[in-house]
Ligand binder design. Structure first.
Ligand SMILES: [Zn+2]
Length: 117
């Protein structure tokens, strides 16, 4: 069966993993989703995993000095503050893509709910 943008990558007794593709087709934007039953706490968790990328307007500049300055500034923020803020996107633009995303969550949740008490 071919689905748009969502695939199951692993199915274990207490967890199901899905990969959700970004509509822009860049694999670096894909998100791995884990639906997990934690028997120690009798709880179900929905975890999102993604490669973190720091993006800055400076990094996209055609001016090499601006790019280097932007990277240096970002590196300095991490060094001094220990954190850096960034934003990125996962695009689900097709209704079928969104439905597949919802279905994956519903199917995974249904499976793990039988263990939840
Ligand atoms: Zn993307």
């Amino acid at each position: 069966m071919i689905t748009t943008g969502v695939m199951k990558v692993a199915d274990y007794e207490d967890a199901v993993f899905y990969r959700v593709a970004c509509d822009c087709t860049d694999a670096d934007h894909d998100v791995t989703i884990e639906l997990e039953y934690d028997k120690d706490f009798n709880n179900i968790y929905l975890n999102f995993y993604r490669k973190a990328r720091v993006w800055s307007i400076y990094w996209e500049s055609s001016n090499v000095f601006k790019r280097i300055y932007g990277r240096f500034k970002s590196a300095l923020k991490i060094l001094v503050r220990g954190v850096i803020e960034y934003e990125d996107e996962l695009i689900l633009s097709d209704p079928e893509h969104v439905r597949n995303f919802i279905s994956a969550l519903e199917i995974g949740l249904e499976k793990l709910s039988s263990r939840y008490h």
